[in-house]
Structures are given as C-alpha cells and as structure tokens.
Ligand binder design. Structure first.
Ligand code: CP
Length: 302
C-alpha cells in the first residue's frame, strides 16, 4: 500500500489497527534498522509539541531516515503570508512523507488533498490525533493483552481533547464500554455519543470520578486544553476539576492502568508516578515504536 494518508483514525480499518500494533511490537524488539535510509520525512509543526515531534524524529532517525522541517512556523514563509496549500505542495517536492500538526481543524485533510506524498496528521485543533490513538491502543493492548471488551474511562476535557475523540472512534471497533467523566462545560460532544449510539455501544456519563472507578481497566486522564478556551475565567473554573490521587487507586482492578497523552499539568498527583498503575511514561516511549510502524506501513515498507 502506498501514498495513503492518515488524517483521521477512521482512515484505518480494524484490521489495519491490529497490523500496526503487531508492527509496533516488532519495532519494539528491534527499533534500530535501516529501512528508511533512502527516505526524507518532513515534520511541520505549526503548534507546540514535545512528544509527538521528538518521537517521530527519533522513530525516523532510528530507521536510518533523514528529517527536514520546523517546530516554529514563525521562521518559515508562513509568516510572509504563504498559504498552507502552497507550503504543502513545496514540501511534497522535498520529502517522501509529511507529518503535520496545526491548530486549525481540517487542515490535515486539506493538506492531504494537495500533497503528492502521504500526510500524517499529528494533531489538528480539537479534531483528531490519530497517531496518539495508535500508540494509546498499543499501550492498552500491551498492558491488557487484548483490545476487546474493556472498560475505558475518559477523564477531564472531553470537549476539546482531540486524543479522546480519536480514541473513542478507534476503540468503538472493539466492543468497549466507555465512561465519560467530565464537568458540564467539558462533556463529550453529542456527535461522539451519537457515533456510539449508532454502533449500539454502551457509555456511562458521570461528574463523579470515584463512583465507578473500581470497574475501570484503563483510566485515560487528559489535560484541560487551556489553549482552546476563548474565556479565561471558564478555564480557571474547570482547570483542576479532576486530580487523580494515589489513594483513589485502592480498590481498583489489579491490572488497571493509568494513561495520559501528556503533557500533564495538575491532573495526576506526583505520587501516582511510582504506583504500579502508572503507565504514562512508558506510553510516551511506545510512541516511538508505534510511529515507526505507522511510517513503514504507509510507505509500504512492511
Ligand atoms: N501527547 C502529545 O501530543 O504531546 P505533545 O503535545 O508534547 O506532542
């Protein structure tokens, strides 16, 4: 398969998810190879990132590929008024695949329509973050031994958090029961609940974090997305709404794991970090293997 972009998690089928996870597992066993030695990968980050950009760049470097790109668009001709359309056409001429993060929803789709090489969406506004979802799925699969029939808690900013939107769509292929833990202002948008309704999947909505916690297989914490609020007073009201404390882990399932796409602000207390349930730092490392799998799959190298 060649020239397939990954813009939305729905661009991949259930079978493709499982294939990517198998590939990630292979890369975890052998992360240093030379399969990208003749390839140039562009990383265009119009919005800040630590994990996504650096794990993509590590993934490519460990496979022998070259990286071009930027982490600050103010140093590019975007600041002179060049359109995204034109920039993508140009970078298509220089590279074999483009990884792009942009603050505006829909820009990854636009880029995929004008690019002559595959586009990998590294986050577009509050819309989608599909490569994060694949690494989240890899982390769930590794820790639970399966993706099927799990109880998945999504906690915090379910309105603006793009990672939870992509994860909901992907995990809906595996008969997941979802628990949405959010304040009124940040609840899961109706379109995603409708999506689950159409698939006949169960979900529970609650403002009380503790009420069902003993049922969780995975607790997926999220940061309240300050950068997406138009009203700073509203952000102040909800920013510390859920903080996972170590004491809350008592009485949870033996193999329950806490995930977080990171960065963390206040939503996980520091004393959770060395608990057996904490998995978020390993999850970020899994991003390297998963992104190696995504790139090699899209380029038809595996
Ligand atoms: N999880 C994630 O997308 O982190 P960064 O914003 O640091 O890339």
């Amino acid at each position: 398969m060649k020239n397939k972009s990954l813009v939305s998690i729905n661009d991949f089928s259930r079978e493709e998810f499982l294939r990517i996870l198998e590939l990630a597992s292979e890369f975890e066993k052998k992360p240093t190879q030379d399969i990208l030695k003749d390839y140039v990968i562009a990383t265009l980050f119009f919005e800040p990132s630590t994990r996504t950009r650096l794990s993509f760049e590590t993934a490519v470097s460990r496979l022998g590929g070259k990286i071009v790109g930027f982490s600050d668009s103010s140093s590019t001709s975007t600041s002179k008024g060049e359109t995204l359309r034109d920039s993508i056409r140009i970078v298509s001429n220089y590279s074999d695949l483009i990884v792009m993060r942009h603050p505006l929803e829909g820009t990854a789709r636009l880029a995929s329509e004008v690019a002559s090489v595959p586009i990998v969406n590294a986050g577009d506004g509050a819309n989608q973050h599909p490569t994060q979802t694949l690494l989240d799925m890899y982390s769930i699969w590794k820790t639970q031994g399966t993706l099927d029939n799990l109880n998945l808690f999504l906690v915090g900013d379910l309105k603006y958090g793009r990672t939870v939107h992509s994860l909901l769509m992907a995990m809906s292929e595996f008969n997941t029961t979802f628990y949405f833990i959010a304040p009124e202002e940040l609840k899961m948008p109706d379109e995603y609940k409708l999506y689950l309704d159409k698939k006949g999947l169960k979900y529970v909505e609650s403002k009380d974090f503790n009420e069902h916690l003993h049922e969780a297989d995975i607790v997926y914490m999220t940061r309240v997305q300050q950068e997406r609020f138009t009203d700073p007073i509203e952000y102040e009201r909800v920013k510390n709404v859920y903080i996972l404390q170590r004491s809350m882990l008592e009485g949870t399932k033996e193999n329950m794991k806490v995930l977080h796409p990171l960065p963390r602000v206040n939503e996980i207390a520091l004393d959770v970090d060395d608990s057996p349930q904490a998995y978020y730092f390993q999850q970020a490392l899994n991003g390297v293997y998963t992104r190696q799998a995504i790139i090699s799959y899209i380029l038809g190298l595996k």
